[in-house]
Design a protein around this ligand. Structure first.
Ligand code: AMP
Ligand code: ZN
Length: 141
């Protein structure tokens, strides 16, 4: 895609600090480091959202998250990591080319992934919501 910033990085038109590239994906540092060593894992195919990817690309990108997570954790002596995938503007997606954030985490680092305070739901409500989701899935089949 001509104007897409991640496609431009993959075409070499914009520089990036790349740690890995192959035929299907590229892994580089996010220019805004939520915490040091915050990576982005990006398939070469220009698709906006996760569910638009074909199974092979999905598997490859998911595998890259697992391959690079231990290295990222070791590199900055982290205690854990978050995988984050924003889909759609409402979910905080700013670059409309699907990508995983791989964010190393340290105890007490103060990084906040979301400001949501979850509400405890009762069993009846959860069963009702599960039914609505399953009906939506059946309608898509
Ligand atoms: P999202 O909000 O999930 O779409 O995340 C997009 C991410 O892309 C943000 O964290 C940006 O900091 C990052 N980003 C935007 N432009 C660049 C760039 N030129 N190089 C590296 N990361 C970028
Ligand atoms: Zn793109």
């Amino acid at each position: 895609m001509e104007a897409c910033i991640f496609c431009k990085i993959m075409r070499g038109e914009i520089p990036a600090a790349t740690v890995h590239e192959d035929d299907e994906a590229i892994v580089f540092l996010d220019i805004n480091q939520a915490i040091k060593a915050h990576l982005l894992i990006v398939p070469r195919v220009h698709a906006a959202q996760w569910h638009e990817l074909d199974d092979g690309t999905m598997a490859h990108v998911a595998r890259l998250t697992a391959q690079w997570a231990p290295a990222v954790v070791a590199a900055v002596d982290a205690d854990g990591y978050n995988l984050l995938l924003n889909n759609g503007e409402a979910a905080g997606q700013e670059v409309m080319h699907v990508h995983f954030h791989l964010i190393p985490r340290k105890r007490g680092d103060g990084v906040r992934m979301a400001g949501v305070k979850p509400r405890l739901a009762d069993a009846e409500e959860l069963r009702g919501t599960a039914s609505v989701i399953k009906a939506a899935q059946r309608a898509r089949e």
